[in-house]
Design a protein around this ligand. Structure first.
Ligand SMILES: [Zn+2]
Length: 377
């Protein structure tokens, strides 16, 4: 059992696991009842013994999605009767695609279970992540289902919508399997807390969960402050178990600093994406210092597919009817994974694109029709 003299003087304010709500900007950040301050004092959270009251036979056994199903469904073919189908490729066998549903992929048993200092299991981080998904889902729907075109007339988003999506993106940067592997590798040699054998597997998740909670607010606000580009891609896009990619800084030790300056891409569906131009990209075009829209031509779209592919941990995912492999093949080394003994130089990226005038959009038919790919931008 842990004992470092760090007595917690914070008591749960009620029997509710979510008794306290903290207002951060315009976002309603629900915090566990004993999460005692905005400074991210994780000891308060892990010291909350009451969090384990709901502990049951599901402890450590839930199927936790590292990428939300609501996001993956955007890359799924609707087969009716709630049978959406994705095409998935393992990175080590990319030429052997296989079909599966969003509920069956990018899921890890017990991934977001943690334990308190008293050794009581809790699933609070998963519940927090689910709230972000609930808030972001209608924003994504409004953007992607806008009837007037493949790119909505209403852009930028309203501040509250923008904030919901910023929190979701921040969570998605922090919650991945790649992030956990990076953190675990970086902490090798560190002193591990002694925990009861029965919860050792759950307690092993704690450093990553602590990292998520400790960085969420600052990362969300950093993303919110950036200019956002909403794009249509003529090239079919894919996504992965690392859907938000930080150009040239994916595995940076300081994820907050990286997210403040680098280009960031998030495929939203097979033909739409969010692209947050970094400092260097903004310097080349002042119009990219505010929210804007874009049309990504074929060659640049292929480059984005490569960027997402390079950052994937284990799987890439694409729509069965929007297969990037029809036009593209992976090339060159992917991002190194030091935790697997790979230390080769990382590929580097720069992106160029033009912005779309405010009075133009893209017809929605181009979300499903595929004209011959162009290789010029
Ligand atoms: Zn397509």
């Amino acid at each position: 059992m842990h004992s470092d003299g760090a007595k917690t003087d914070v008591k749960p304010r009620s029997s509710s696991r979510y008794a306290a709500r903290l207002t951060l900007g315009i976002y309603r950040f629900v915090r566990p009842s004993a999460y005692c301050s905005a400074s991210g004092n994780w000891r308060c959270l892990v010291g909350n013994g009451s969090a384990g009251k709901k502990a049951d036979h599901n402890v450590g056994k839930t199927r936790d999605h590292t990428v939300p199903q609501m996001y993956l469904r955007r890359f799924a073919e609707d087969r009716g009767r709630e049978q959406p189908e994705l095409t998935v490729r393992r990175i080590d066998h990319v030429d052997r695609p296989f079909p599966t549903g969003p509920k069956n992929i990018l899921v890890e048993r017990g991934f977001y279970w943690g334990s308190t200092l008293e050794g009581v299991p809790h699933h609070l981080v998963e519940e927090l992540l689910m709230q972000f998904e609930d808030d972001a889902a209608p924003v994504m729907k409004a953007v992607l289902d806008a009837p007037e075109g493949a790119l909505p007339e209403s852009w930028p988003l309203a501040p509250v919508e923008r904030m919901h999506l910023a929190w979701w993106m921040a969570a998605q940067i922090l919650r991945t399997t790649r992030q956990r592997k990076r953190l675990t590798h970086a902490s090798q040699g560190g002193k591990a807390l002694e925990v009861p054998a029965g919860i050792a597997a759950i307690a092993a998740n704690n450093p990553h969960l602590q990292y998520i909670v400790g960085h969420l607010a600052a990362l969300a606000l950093t993303l919110y402050a950036r200019p956002w580009g909403l794009g249509f891609s003529g090239m079919c896009l894919l996504t992965s178990d690392v859907p938000v990619v930080l150009f040239n800084a994916q595995d940076a030790d300081d994820q907050l600093a990286a997210a403040a300056f680098c280009d960031i891409v998030l495929p939203l569906d097979p033909h739409r994406l969010l692209l947050l131009p970094g400092i260097a990209t903004q310097a080349l075009d002042s119009r990219k210092r505010t929210d804007h829209r874009m049309v990504i031509q074929g060659a640049v779209g292929m480059a984005l597919v490569q960027v997402v592919y390079d950052a994937a941990d284990t799987f890439v995912v694409h729509h069965p009817l929007h297969d990037p492999w029809r036009y593209w093949k992976p090339s060159g080394p992917r991002l190194p994974s030091p935790w697997d003994g790979q230390n080769h130089p990382a590929p580097t990226y720069a992106i160029e694109y033009d912005i779309l005038p405010p009075d133009l959009t893209v017809e929605r038919r181009w979300l499903t029709e595929h004209p011959p790919p162009t290789t010029t931008s």
